[in-house]
Design a binder for this molecule. Structure first.
Ligand code: UN1
Length: 499
């Protein structure tokens, strides 16, 4: 077996061990016995050093013109492009999703990097007429300061890139804490940014647990923005602490995303959609389809076609090109998913397929779980309401579009949503009525593109949107400037203008 690589923290431009002297292993969820890397189990002291470095680097970094900051991101993105295949393979080993998907994950980082590069020559702001003569009213975007980025394991490079690239482009400095299940992909991203010429201290990388490293980041007074993607529970804790310190905070939390299928839909297309939405990434996306809402007129037919296709899914080693579905991320998560399945059965939902771990052969070496479908699910059940984050789909039968929309909206989350129909009026109504940050028509709930706003309503977040131009609202503050060249005292709201 090849020697296992030890990854260090990156603080003030140097790769260093944790002052705690502790480390942790990152294992391949498809092959328990394979250690992907050894990482630093950092403490509060490491976080303080990283924040100190970021604070020290900020005054210089923010003075570099945005187009020039963008040049560094462009170089980094070009390196990611060159190394795409190798990065995807590493990511599959640490996260367990198949190669097609990890290539897509790296591609999201590439798309985000080039968008950020372009934004260096935009970062548009507004000018507007003053109410007084000989006076300009202008606005500018300013960086906020030190950003703390806490990222999840399901998109090991894409989500760090959504946060780090725009934060840096806007002139902030960053401390990133990646998920302990997937720290290698973000370490590679940091190395690439270093190679592309990012000055020391501008980006710092500290690995370790949420309770030590995450808490130290969110509680530190010098971190002015916290950006987090993960569970609603942790998000709410972050908002509480950030509220106490009056920090800016951007949260991307859970989803319970519905796909509605109406009688006029192309059923094969809708089956393709739900298979990809529910079982792609083994159901471990915030945008995953966890609820399928079928009109009664096509219910039986649809379930038949869906079952046939689920049985054909190839579940196995995600490094093999034809694998559709890999394992779930870890043992705790598999137990959690199974716990929900047990609750579903107890509450009276009918298990149509799956509902247990896969066993035998390679399955005994990884955290594999069968694609699982429940029918006869009613909106009040736990599996209809809570985010499971695994390959579990709940199916509902409805009599009308109105009822479908009512079921779709009857949860606390509102990230993504989808309707399959060829009826224009139904499509428009769904677009108008579905309570979600994203609605797809004749496409699955997953597959957001990086240059559009990404985020959700209700408990999915706190009103921010990542992606595209909207992410720059998170990482900038507005400066309003009035320039009076009248040569006299002019009083807004009081003086009236006369020739
Ligand atoms: C997530 O699951 O947190 O739209 C992000 C999608 C991906 C991003 C998902 N582009 O499914």
């Amino acid at each position: 077996m090849a020697e296992v690589k030890e990854y260090l923290n990156y603080i003030d431009g140097k790769w260093v061990r944790s002052k705690s002297g502790r480390t942790f292993e990152n294992r391949n969820p498809a092959k328990w016995d394979e250690v992907v890397g050894i990482f630093q189990k950092s403490s509060k002291e490491d976080v303080e050093a990283a924040i100190e470095a970021a604070k020290k680097a900020f005054p210089k970094w923010k003075r570099i013109p945005a187009p020039k900051r963008g040049e560094i991101l462009r170089r980094a993105t070009e390196i990611i492009m060159e190394r795409k295949e190798e990065l995807a393979r590493l990511m599959t080993r640490e996260m367990g999703k198949n190669l097609k998907e990890t290539r897509g994950d790296v591609q999201e980082a590439i798309d985000t990097g080039f968008y950020a590069f372009g934004e260096g020559r935009r970062l548009f702001s507004w000018n507007t007429p003053s109410e007084l003569p000989d006076k300009f009213a202008l606005t500018f975007r300013k960086p906020v300061g030190v950003v703390g980025a806490i990222t999840p394991w399901n998109f090991p490079m894409a989500i760090p890139s959504w946060k780090v690239f725009p934060a840096l482009l806007a002139g902030n400095t960053v401390v990133i804490k990646p998920a302990t299940d997937t720290p290698a992909s973000s370490a590679e991203m940091v190395k690439i940014l270093e190679e592309a010429g990012l000055p020391p201290g501008v980006l710092n990388y500290v690995t370790g647990s949420g309770s030590e490293v995450g808490e130290a980041i969110i509680n530190h007074p010098d971190v002015r923005v916290v950006t987090f993607t993960g569970s609603a529970e942790v998000g709410s804790r972050i908002a509480e602490v950030a509220g106490k310190h009056l920090k800016k905070v951007s949260l991307e939390l859970g989803g319970k995303n519905p796909q509605i299928v109406m009688p006029s839909a192309d059923l094969d297309l809708a089956v393709d959609g739900v298979l990809w939405g529910a079982f792609g990434t083994t159901g471990q996306r915030c945008t995953a389809t966890s609820r399928l809402i079928l009109h009664e007129a096509i219910y039986d037919e649809f379930i038949d076609r869906l079952l046939k296709r689920v049985n054909e899914l190839k579940i196995g080693d995600p490094l093999e090109e034809d694998t559709d579905m890999g394992p779930v991320i870890n043992q705790a998560q598999r137990e959690r998913i199974h716990g929900y399945v047990e609750i579903g059965k107890k509450e009276g939902a009918k298990l149509l397929i799956g509902g247990e771990p896969l066993t035998g052969g390679i399955y005994d070496r990884g955290w594999f779980y069968k694609p699982t479908i429940f029918v006869d699910v009613t909106p009040d059940m736990t599996i209809a309401q809570e985010e499971i984050f695994g390959p579990v789909l709940s199916v509902f039968k409805v009599k009308s579009l109105d009822e479908a929309i009512e079921v779709a909206n009857g949860v606390n989350y509102g990230l993504s949503s989808s309707i399959y129909t060829t009826n224009l009026l139904e499509a428009m109504k769904a677009v108008e009525e579905l309570e979600a940050g994203i609605t797809y028509v004749n496409a699955p709930t997953i597959g957001a593109e990086t240059h559009l706003p990404f985020g959700g309503v209700k408990k999915t977040g706190n009103g921010h949107r990542e992606g595209g131009w909207t992410v720059y609202e998170i990482f900038t503050e507005w400066k309003t400037v009035y320039i009076d060249f009248s040569g006299k005292l002019q009083k807004a709201q009081i003086d009236t203008w006369e020739e």
